[in-house]
Ligand binder design. Sequence first.
Ligand SMILES: [Zn+2]
Length: 414
Amino acid sequence: MDVHLRFGMHRDVEVLHSAKELLDGMVIPAHILAYQANSTSVFVTSMHETPYVVDPMTFIFQSPKSAHLNDKGELRASVQKLCDEYHSSLGQLILKLPGSGYLSPTAFKVDELCKGTLDFQLRKVSEASNSSGAMKYLKRYGMTKVTLPRCVLPPYFRFDGHGDEWYQLSLNCANETARQASPEQEVAPVICCAISSLTTQGITSIADDYAEFDRAFVWVDNYQQTAVRSARIKSVRSLIAALNEKGLAVETLYGGFLMILSRFDGLRGISHGILYTQHKSVSTTPGSGGAPERYYIPAFREFRSLSQADLILHRNPELMCDCPVCEDTLAGNPDNFIRFSDEPARLRRHFLEVRRREADDIEGTDIKQEIGILLDTYNKYHESVRELPNPDAVVSGAQMDGLAYLKEWAEAFS
Ligand SMILES: [Zn+2]
């Protein structure tokens, strides 16, 4: 299973440079590339052996007008930059909306939007890397060779049901981008859906509509692995399997261990941020800040706040992680956990180490074995974890009932 890191903050650059070998690729959000063009391009180019894609982020145009404005009532700078890059009249269209109005799917000129997003993805990194300011840094890294994204992503929008206007717009954009792109440039559409759209008929129709493509990214809106029930998990599994059966290489834009399990449905890759965005809701405003520091507990396949992780490891020292970072930090003693608070870079590195291991290990197991491990962990730790006060619910956005989610996963894959 491939692991692609979603780039979020420039403070993570150092960790990513040092963890290059743990990653198969990166996802660069377009609004960051547009707004901080030089520094982001320097980063992408300095990681030049790590393949990347640019996420065009067009779903943000589905947000109400108020989400795009700053305190002065102007378009926020990152939105303005994206509008300028993509579609000449888009900024004006947003500003003309009444109060908290929304753009309609018919407001977009498909050919212009596709040309703008395609051109941006192919041009921006190379253009910004060639600026004199960027060159100075790149020489320091000893890397000046600019690479193109491994594939381009057409404009996409979240849909509620197969065939609705946003679905149709996304599909039109996918086909139009394929028409505009050169034959050697792979085009990989993003299927960004409400989970309720994944009915049996909906899944069949989506797979038929995208059958001509070689690769697709799936983003199920707000798919929280600790809150989703087994019936919903089964429908996401079916979508991945249906696309896979049509010959597409399927990846996800966000995902945690639950998505890694979908290797058994043919999933090829997942992506996520360093300590956050294992799931994402379309309606979150991009750039609204990072989550608090937290620790990934490998056996739980989830994060816990530092204070809870500290408590859990003291109660159950056998849960101490044995990755190189934790062996060094903990040295076999949970009392050393406090060192993670002083050096948060270790939290990030530990997570990337564990994620790499999870993605590699899944290649060598079978689903029966995985289900057995999920149920064992649930049986051993659920009772003691569920009685902990749950400050993590705020972080995860879900009401976590101990480890009940592991049982849901096991049921969904049985
Ligand atoms: Zn570790």
